[in-house]
Design a protein around this ligand. Structure first.
Ligand code: ATP
Length: 308
């Protein structure tokens, strides 16, 4: 099967002379959910903006369902829906008109049943007659999603879809993404959060300083990199790791108040109970325990340390 999105040697140098993307190669299949992860300034928005024709490509080639984004711009753009980070809407238009108008811009004939279903899926149907300026921020974001899907695109780009979004919208959005996938729509999202990628994406690409440093199936990435951490807040601060615990990979944080133990989330034994017994034996009292997943930042450190 030929990929719905094909990126080869895509490079972007802004007028400032800053190269935001260095020869990116990537192929995304139809119906795939692909998460692009990376820290601030990594180049995620630049890449999406190029694919959507908002920013020019310096060199390389990108095709959407076989259409070159430069020479076949209109055909390529018609297959793409984009939900940008920032909300941009005509505040005096109604919800329904906004979505219908957007569909018209792509030269599509009206499809009242499709638009109704779309508005219902996004909990906007009751608000269809409301003007955009009467809506809450979360509702405006829903309108942005409806607008992006108005012309039934083959690929939907979501640029940091859950930044500043409440739990209900987040849940609705993921439900929608799952339904889109069933229909064969490809979804490409950018995020800072590994959990988000883990929850939704079939594959993950990690971009760092303009370079795609890793592309991996999500499950495989989590197996390789997924670490959990146990943070132990102690009754008394420590100045160093007690010799009796030297065999454990422990770190002191928060000015000696917290001991951090990182372990493999997929290992049959976490070592946690054993460690807690040894702490007690060493006479260390603690007042709080917290477990969590290692952050994307830790994973980046892991990538760099492993020389990827
Ligand atoms: N119009 C522009 N002119 C010059 N440099 C730019 C422009 N837009 C972005 N950049 C630079 O390109 C780099 C990549 O920015 P980009 O917005 O693509 O990153 P990002 O991964 O989307 O970050 P974030 O997670 O913060 O949205 C940054 O160093 C940024 O300062």
């Amino acid at each position: 099967m030929s990929p719905v999105l094909s990126i080869s040697a895509a490079t972007k140098t802004y007028k400032t002379g800053h190269t935001a993307l260095h020869a990116i190669d990537l192929a995304v299949e139809k119906g795939e959910i692909f998460a692009l992860l990376g820290p601030n300034g990594a180049g995620k928005t630049t890449l999406i903006s190029i694919i959507c024709g908002l920013v020019s490509l310096t060199s390389g080639r990108i095709t959407v369902a076989g259409h070159d984004i430069v020479t076949g711009y209109r055909a390529a753009r018609g297959m793409i829906g984009l939900v940008p980070q920032e909300i941009s809407l005509d505040i005096f238009a109604t919800v329904e008109n906004t979505v219908q108008f957007s569909r018209g811009l792509f030269g599509k004939t009206p499809a009242p049943a499709y638009i109704e279903q779309l508005l219902r899926d996004l909990s906007l149907w009751e608000k269809r007659g409301a003007r955009v300026n009467e809506l809450s921020g979360g509702m405006k974001r829903r309108v942005m999603i409806a607008k992006a899907l108005s012309h039934e695109p083959d690929i939907l780009f979501l640029d940091e879809p859950t930044a500043g979004v409440d739990v209900n919208l987040r849940r609705d959005m993921w439900d929608l993404v799952r339904r889109l996938r069933q229909k064969g729509v490809t979804v490409i999202l950018t995020t800072h959060y590994l959990e988000e990628a883990e929850e939704m994406a079939d594959r993950v690409g990690v971009i760092d300083r303009g370079r795609l440093v890793l592309v991996e199936e999500t499950a495989a990435l989590m197996r390789k990199m997924g670490k959990r951490r146990l943070s132990i807040t102690m009754q008394q601060k420590l100045t160093e790791i007690p010799p009796a615990l030297a065999a454990w990979p422990l770190r002191l944080e928060a000015d000696g108040e917290r001991l951090v133990y990182e372990f493999d989330a997929n290992a049959p034994e976490t070592g946690m109970p054993h460690l807690l017994r040894e702490l007690a034996a060493a006479g260390i009292d603690y007042r709080d325990l917290e477990t969590g997943r290692s952050s994307l930042e830790d994973i980046f450190v892991g990538l760099v340390e492993n020389g990827v």
